[in-house]
Write a protein that binds this ligand. Structure first.
Ligand code: C2E
Ligand code: MG
Ligand code: MG
Ligand code: MG
Length: 287
């Protein structure tokens, strides 16, 4: 559409661009405004992280948390990542924002450990642009050094589609991360196009079954087939499997019956503040 608008605009001369392509121009303008706001948000520390527990389905223990980014906007309130990460990704702002996430997640996890909480793994989402950045390894090393967190307590979540964009590069980067001692998981698994033969060459520890397959798990036979196939795949490749978006008892029952290792979702807890995690784990300890 943008191309078509551009073409039309060219046809009528540059000065008529605004007149002939109002839609394109509005979108470009909105993106520009958002970009400036995101830059400002970073400078004024408006980003926060929430943490969602991940639970072992056999023991019931919380062993990890996923860090999830939120923008605490001065007038709009809490803004969800899906509304600004695509623009951050397109403009490259995801690199400094992601760097902040990495540092903050490592700092918080070390603070929990220092406060005597049982050691957790913190999982950080990494987008394609961040992952391709030549300095990713250096940034991860710095976040670990600055926080004092041991590498084994950090896990990076990458998506299947990100890996498939350039398999060779992705495997090299993942190997370098693994050599540091950082763990890797494949997020939104089942929605991308990774070939099963390539999967065995990926140095990953876990598969996260995408929540779209979990949503109707209790009733939809196709979702049941996909979920149980991913669980067996994980077992055969010696990878742990976690289901995300788990909300109901029926979903938990299905996952248990099919020997899924772990779960994450509103059934156990929504994403909560760092203090919320402390309360939750203290409660578990006392009870
Ligand atoms: P994701 O990594 O797949 O994260 C899971 C999403 O599912 C989160 O949405 C989480 O709040 C939501 N969720 C968890 N449990 C349930 C449940 O039981 N039911 C339902 N319906 N949803 C559940 P959120 O926090 O809005 O994040 C959306 C996406 O934004 C994430 O998907 C991830 O791709 C991206 N994202 C979040 N934080 C970051 C970040 O720091 N950096 C990057 N690059 N991307 C991030
Ligand atoms: Mg994730
Ligand atoms: Mg996911
Ligand atoms: Mg996602």
């Amino acid at each position: 559409n943008a191309d078509a608008a551009m073409y039309r605009a060219k046809e009528f001369g540059r000065d008529n661009f605004q007149f002939y392509a109002p839609e394109f121009n509005t979108r470009a303008h909105e993106k520009f405004v958002l970009q400036e706001e995101l830059r400002n948000a970073l400078a004024h520390s408006e980003f926060i992280l929430l943490y969602q527990p991940q639970v072992d389905l056999r023991s019931g223990d919380v062993f990890a948390v996923e860090a999830l980014l939120r923008w605490k906007h001065p007038t709009r309130g809490i803004v969800a990542p899906n509304t600004f990460i695509p623009t951050a990704e397109e403009t490259g702002l995801i690199v400094p924002i992601g760097d902040w996430v990495l540092h903050e997640a490592c700092r918080q996890n070390k603070a929990w450990q220092d406060a005597g909480l049982p050691p957790l793994t913190v999982c950080v989402n990494v987008s394609a642009r961040q992952f391709r950045e030549p300095n990713l390894i250096g940034r991860v090393v710095n976040a670990l050094k600055d926080s004092g967190l041991e590498a084994r307590y950090l896990e990076l979540e990458v998506t299947e589609s990100l890996i498939m964009q350039d398999v060779e590069l992705a495997v090299a980067t993942m190997n370098a991360l693994q050599n540091l001692g950082v763990q890797i998981s494949i997020d939104d698994f089942g929605t991308g196009y990774s070939s099963l033969s390539a999967l065995k060459t990926f140095p990953v520890a876990r598969l996260k079954i995408d929540k779209s397959f979990i949503k109707d798990l209790a009733v939809d036979e196709n979702d049941q087939a996909v979920a149980s196939a991913v669980i067996s795949l994980g077992q055969n490749l010696h990878l742990r499997v976690i289901a995300e978006g788990v909300e109901t008892d029926d979903q938990v029952a299905f996952l248990r019956k099919n020997n899924c290792d772990e779960m994450q979702g509103y059934h156990f807890s929504k994403p909560v503040s760092a203090q919320g995690i402390e309360k939750l784990l203290d409660g578990k300890r006392d009870g």
